[in-house]
Design a protein. Structure first.
Length: 531
């Protein structure tokens, strides 16, 4: 028993060390409340939906919403802080899984060297600005990173089980469940599917030796059925969306209680034009930007990228089928991120940087082994320790000023000024995500200033949005008493200006009110022009 515990601790400490270090870093730099930093405006919508048991913007993110609701329930006095901590924990767990995955793939090396390389891989990814930026705000991408790494870890554990003559079915079933639940968090997880198919299909083929003469494990085809059933169970999380919609929440994108609304929401049709939405002329610029971003991610300099290339080459020599799988995954996430037409498309590259972190661990182990072979093992160990601690430390120091949101109060100050300035019963017109989602969080989630009526002029024409407005704001329902529906947005603005206090909460990009404007703090007072 003592021997088993000692072996377990020996195997687990790299993951625990990497995950704990990452969590400490994220907790120190996480936003203390609602934030707009790092393209985190969606956090207000996600939090408002969690607090009202509603449905956030497409694709609904039911897995994330359920976890966010649980986190908020554990820390109800500070919902935004709870959402930020959820991201920190998810990212730290992803780092721990990457460290353990790297250690396991280096199983042929001395235990200490494999463990150190695992920690190095975890920490270099933990301090990359891509993952770090999403680990300190309320967003879905840290959880998506965790799902990607957990699936790769399960795939490798299935190989280990097959080599040891144990059942692979449980690992496949676990992978199916995580895949289904992960798709309930973000649909880009589907980009990992081809890599997993290639890997599992390779295990399912006839037994033969690999390129290095090692016996290749065989996976029974009967093991796929539990995996498919588990995946279907995971996907069942999408049933949360119509259930939540039927409760009539104030945040109810698409109203997925109907079949058409459900498909509109989960298919993300409103964002479909952004997928590979950049023109051919923009691809060279995007590729150059990606190359610069790649240099930023692994230690912020050429050493990290160079070690990753060395590790990719070495991994391909020793485990060619695994290298093909992870390289394909990295390539697909990279292509999607480059082609996505949005300012925050860099978040889709985070799984690719995880694969680069795995390669970095392999490169560090290879370089240390080369040095040890040419001099002494002591120098190889010293180099590995330096790479494990040095490059992540330099990266943390470099990116800390940009990543640290512990004192960020831009969103909180905006809401406090709105609460102080707006007259009672005011309608506040908004157009952008920052102002809209922040006001939804404040008005519907925290229930502050329940007299205020935020109205998004770009969502106004959607029937599901009008229904929510009339359900929660009787003053607006009165406007629809005769016809049963609200007037056009232009007519609505004129009527609202004539009836009472009306403000503009942001620039309303692409929408002109035609009204007289008067500055009122962070708001702009709107009134009918003088005749």
């Amino acid at each position: 028993m003592k021997l088993a515990r000692s072996r377990l601790l020996e195997d687990a400490w790299p993951a625990l060390c990497a995950g704990a270090g990452a969590l400490a870093l994220y907790l120190c730099t996480a936003a203390s409340g609602l934030t707009w930093a790092h393209h985190g405006a969606d956090g207000g919508d996600l939090l408002a939906a969690a607090l009202t048991h509603g449905v956030p913007h497409p694709t609904g993110y039911p897995t994330y919403q359920l976890l966010l609701s649980a986190a908020v329930g554990l820390w109800p006095q500070a919902p935004a802080r709870a959402g930020n901590l959820l991201s920190a924990v998810a990212a730290a767990l992803a780092v721990a899984f990457l460290a353990d995955l790297t250690r396991r793939t280096l199983s042929g090396r001395p235990a200490g060297a494999a463990a150190a390389a695992g920690v190095a891989a975890g920490w270099i990814w933990a301090t990359s600005p891509g993952l770090w930026s999403q680990a300190v705000i309320t967003e879905v991408y840290a959880l998506n990173a965790l799902a990607v790494i957990a699936l790769l870890w399960l795939a490798w554990r299935g190989r280990e089980a097959a080599l040891a003559g144990r059942r692979v079915g449980p690992w496949l079933a676990a992978a199916g469940l995580i895949f289904g639940l992960g798709l309930g968090n973000h649909l880009t997880l589907a980009l990992l599917f081809p890599a997993l198919v290639i890997w599992w299909a390779d295990l399912a083929g006839p037994p033969r030796a690999d390129a290095r003469g090692h016996a290749r494990p065989r996976l029974a085809r009967s093991a796929w059925a539990p995996a498919l059933i588990a995946c279907a169970l995971g996907l069942a999380v999408y049933a949360y969306l119509p259930w939540a919609a039927r409760r009539g929440p104030p945040i109810n994108w698409g109203d997925p209680a109907t079949a058409d609304g459900f498909w509109w929401l989960v298919s993300g049709s409103i964002y479909r034009r952004m997928v590979f939405g950049i023109g051919l002329a923009d691809w060279p610029h995007r590729l150059v930007a990606w190359a610069a971003e790649a240099g930023r991610q692994l230690g912020g300099g050429p050493w990290g990228a160079g070690l990753a290339l060395l590790g990719a080459w070495r991994l391909g020599q020793e485990h060619p089928s695994w290298q093909r799988a992870v390289a394909l995954a990295a390539a697909l996430f990279t292509l999607y991120g480059i082609g996505y037409d949005a300012a925050d498309s860099y978040v889709y590259l985070i799984p690719a940087w995880a694969v680069a972190g795995l390669w970095f661990g392999w490169g560090a182990a290879r370089l240390a082994a080369q040095l040890a072979a040419r001099s002494t093992a002591r120098w190889g160990t010293a180099l590995l320790i330096a790479l494990t601690i040095g490059l992540p430390t330099l990266a943390a120091a470099r990116w800390w000023p940009q990543m640290d949101l512990s004192r960020d109060r831009a969103a909180a100050d905006y809401l406090a000024e709105v609460e102080r300035t707006a007259d009672r019963g005011a309608i506040i017109l908004v157009g952008g995500d920052q102002a809209t989602f922040a006001l939804w969080y404040d008005r519907y989630g925290l229930r502050r200033r329940p007299d205020l009526i935020p109205v998004n002029v770009h969502l106004y024409d959607f029937p599901w949005y009008q229904a929510a407005l009339m359900r929660y704001h009787p003053a607006l329902a009165d406007l629809a008493a005769a016809s049963g529906k609200l007037p056009t947005v232009e007519e609505f603005v004129r009527v609202a200006a004539a009836r009472g206090p009306l403000y503009r909460g942001d620039a309303l990009a692409g929408f002109e009110t035609g009204l007289r404007e008067t500055a009122a703090g962070v708001l702009v007072r709107l009134s009918l022009p003088e005749r």
